[in-house]
Design a protein around this ligand. Structure first.
Ligand SMILES: CC(C)(COP(=O)(O)OP(=O)(O)OC[C@H]1O[C@@H](n2cnc3c(N)ncnc32)[C@H](O)[C@@H]1OP(=O)(O)O)[C@@H](O)C(=O)NCCC(=O)NCCS
Length: 180
């Protein structure tokens, strides 16, 4: 097991997951607005399973989808970080940057602040040559974060999500990239 990196920014801490994150994490994954660009909100069991995958990824790689904590009051806000894509989609095997915040944490620049620090970790200590991000083609809030952290649209790599049927409004996915 690699020691989990802890990253601090001006207002935020990106850290390994803790048991106390489980309940606020379940609540945000059950929020239809947070999960608007995913097929469905998550059940408690699905949320727990994803928390375990995030935790294991950080334990395995040192970096991962870190739990995001506000420094000022210790409030859990969601996750931001880096992930080696393991599931069977067109971008499998590549390192992605991703984010999901509870609704109360939107509109304050937290995703951009944490993503900037994650990028620096990916291109610095991890020496990744390229980091991608992908999302449903209608998820403008997520693409705005990509743009703010200096990513550009790698349109030739856009893909249809294999788990969503033809005609599903979330099927088309865009791929953005940043080169080291
Ligand atoms: C994607 C997501 C993280 C974006 O959140 P966000 O709050 O729009 O993004 P940021 O945290 O970077 O905040 C930027 C906003 O904060 C504002 N802001 C306020 N105070 C700020 C500050 N001190 N510094 C920077 N920005 C600040 C910015 O002006 C911007 O507002 P605008 O969108 O009205 O222009 C959020 O919508 C989310 O979690 N969605 C659900 C999950 C999801 O879809 N994830 C992506 C799937 S791939």
């Amino acid at each position: 097991m690699i020691e989990a990196v802890k990253i601090k920014t001006e207002r935020l801490i990106l850290r390994q997951w803790q048991d106390a994150d489980r309940d606020p994490w379940r609540a945000m994954n059950a929020d239809p607005e947070v999960m608007r660009y995913f097929p469905a909100p998550l059940t408690a069991d699905e949320s727990d399973a994803l928390m375990t995958r995030c935790r294991d990824g950080i334990a395995q790689h040192g970096a991962g989808f870190w739990a995001l904590e506000r420094m000022q009051d210790g409030q859990f806000l969601g996750f931001v970080g880096l992930n080696c894509i393991g599931h069977d989609i067109a971008v499998k095997g590549q390192w992605e940057i991703g984010w999901r915040l509870a609704r109360h944490a939107w509109g304050q620049g937290y995703a951009t602040e944490a993503a900037t620090a994650s990028m620096a970790h990916g291109f610095g200590p991890m020496a990744l040559p390229r980091i991608i991000a992908y999302t449903a083609s209608t998820n403008l809030a997520s693409m705005a974060v990509m743009q703010r952290i200096g990513m550009t649209h790698a349109a030739a790599e856009d893909f249809d999500h294999p788990l969503l049927p033809e005609g599903h409004p979330l099927r088309r996915h865009v791929v953005w990239e940043k080169i080291a």
